[in-house]
Design a protein around this ligand. Structure first.
Ligand code: HEM
Ligand code: HEM
Length: 241
């Protein structure tokens, strides 16, 4: 039986595996179709790929971007709330608590409005505000970032993927408006990178799941030396006379 605190910790990986990664598959399938259809038409061929593939890609793409940003906020939010409760922040540092709550609510508001606006100025402004909010929350106390090994850190790679999804939402209109295809090429380059980061998130996420013990094992497991991969040897069981 999983304890409540452990179940809360599993919520983020569950959403990643059950919702976000299937969405990545759907978005990539339609991305491939969109590109093939465009190339076939440019070559003057008759394409068998349905003309709706581009619209389907964008519709699912918008869901994907929202799901990734929400997933990152859940990944950051759980340890942030745990730290607030553990250190009784409302007593020890109420100003810090007010700041955390303000940034969380403001980030959520900017994220919601990012989906509603189409104005060419408001889109980048809200995108930037959402990005700054997610980063500000991510750099709070209690979030496991593994700064020393940033290149293989689930946090830093996750931030990279999240920022690329925010950028995708900001530049959607430009892909259609730009006749030179530069924004389209930029989108493909940026989101192919995002795809690589998603893969690395899968790898670092399951690695971290292997590292994090269930709550009831923590007092023993955290006595281990994680750098040298050794644990204190348990005292031999007493022989009965
Ligand atoms: C894993 C993520 C993604 C990948 C790999 C990806 C890749 C692609 C590719 C290959 C194309 C076709 C480009 C061409 O015609 O040569 C495309 C088009 C497009 N993508 Fe994405 N994309 C991703 C996510 C997104 C997201 C999150 C959005 C929006 C929020 C988005 C919006 C668009 C738009 C507007 C187009 C143009 C569609 C059309 O021509 O009708 N994409 N993308
Ligand atoms: C798009 C994919 C993903 C993104 C953007 C993402 C993002 C994040 C972020 C920002 C954190 C907080 C920093 C940290 O503790 O490392 C986090 C935590 C975590 N992630 Fe992910 N993640 C993704 C996928 C996954 C997957 C596939 C798994 C495992 C199957 C996973 C497992 C975890 C775990 C175990 C934690 C610690 C959770 C906690 O302490 O409450 N993540 N993730």
């Amino acid at each position: 039986m999983v304890d409540f605190a452990d179940a809360l910790r599993l919520l983020h990986p569950l959403i990643a595996v059950a919702i976000v990664f299937p969405l990545i598959g759907i978005v990539c399938y339609f991305a491939w179709q969109t590109q093939q259809r465009r190339k076939q038409q440019a070559a003057g061929e008759k394409s068998k790929i349905p003309p709706t593939s581009g619209t389907e890609h964008v519709n699912f793409g918008r869901w994907l971007a929202g799901a990734v940003i929400s997933l990152a906020l859940i990944g950051i939010g759980r340890p942030l709330i745990a730290k607030i409760i553990e250190s009784q922040l409302w007593q020890s540092n109420p100003a810090q608590l007010a700041f955390d709550v303000f940034v969380f609510v403001a980030t959520l508001a900017c994220f919601v409005f990012l989906y509603r606006v189409k104005h060419p100025i408001w889109l980048p402004v809200l995108g930037l505000a959402t990005a700054v909010g997610v980063l500000a929350l991510g750099f709070q106390d209690g979030i496991y970032r593994n700064d020393k090994e940033w290149y293989s850190s689930h946090f830093y790679i996750g931030m990279g993927a999240t920022l690329l999804m925010i950028l995708s939402l900001v530049i959607v209109q430009r892909i259609y408006q730009d006749k030179t295809g530069a924004w389209r090429r930029a989108h493909v380059a940026l989101n192919s990178t995002a795809l690589l980061l998603f893969f690395l998130q899968g790898a670092t996420g399951v690695r971290d799941l292997l590292d994090i013990p269930p709550g009831w094992q923590e007092p023993f497991v955290y006595k281990c030396d994680f750098k040298n991969h050794t644990c204190p040897v348990a005292a031999p069981a007493q022989k009965s006379p």
